[in-house]
Design a protein around this ligand. Sequence first.
Ligand code: F6P
Length: 320
Amino acid sequence: MLKRIGVLTSGGDSPGMNAAIRAVTRSALSQGIEVVAIEDGFKGMVEGSMYLMNTRSVSDILYRGGTILGSARLPEFKDIEVRKVAVAKLKEFGVEAVVVIGGDGTYRGAMALTDMGINCIGLPGTIDNDIVSTDYTIGFDTALNTVIQNIDKLRDTSSSHHRCSVVEVMGNKCGDLAIYSGLSCGAEIIVTQETGYDEQEVLAKLRELDMNRKKKHAIVVISEKITDVEMLAAKISKATGFSGRSTVLGHIQRGGSPTAFDRVLATRMGDYAVELLVKGIGGHCVGMVHNEITSFPIEEALAMPKASRKALFALHQRLI
Ligand code: F6P
């Protein structure tokens, strides 16, 4: 019988992580299992920054962005010696199993700890939506809504000044924030790693939108790490009839109160993670597939091929 579990958040924070922490904590406590908060991800595990929680510890956090536990990236966790220290700390605190909330790096840590005898369950907490074993990650919907609100505002001013706004969105190497926000806002052009980037093609398309289609404004949504958006905006001013302006939305996308979708997703997933640990399962990650909460071995999940968004890009093209 499981007596005490830990919970941590790791990697970039995402809205809804707190809702997941609350669900894990209250679901475990309701079954007589104690819950230890591990601060700042695997770093806190190694340093022994842990404390016992009660049901009040997670009061008033369901609707808050960020993570009350703090988060960090710890590349050193790949080192077995570092992990041995973490396992020793967990044993010292009587923690038998852990729910880890984060992205794919976090999942790798969870898998390695499971191999060392500490059952871990991963929950997908990232705004990037880059975990293939779930239709949606916790935080993606909130970040997407933040992006949309900002693009809508940019469109107002762009339209007043016959401008083209180039908007850089996050996502690491995943284009989902770009394609979903582009579709939601009717962006004229969407560029992601999947579409590829051809600067001349972008400029030609903008000239066509200006001269033939007589568009009052244009929005280009582009995933981060593709090109320098400030330089692209300058080229747009020179080579098209629009004056170009660039906006990097940056970490604004990571904050804010989670949407209802993210709160429900995080709550369902947190509860399911505890259910798995109670059954003695470790090394799995939780996902939502066709609205059903399910789980996969982490190794299998990390090897799943990324779903193509071709159909969404084609739809976008047909409607512009
Ligand atoms: O993984 C979440 C994310 O926000 C990515 O979209 C982005 O590339 C990265 O984290 C930024 O990391 P940091 O907060 O360390 O600058």
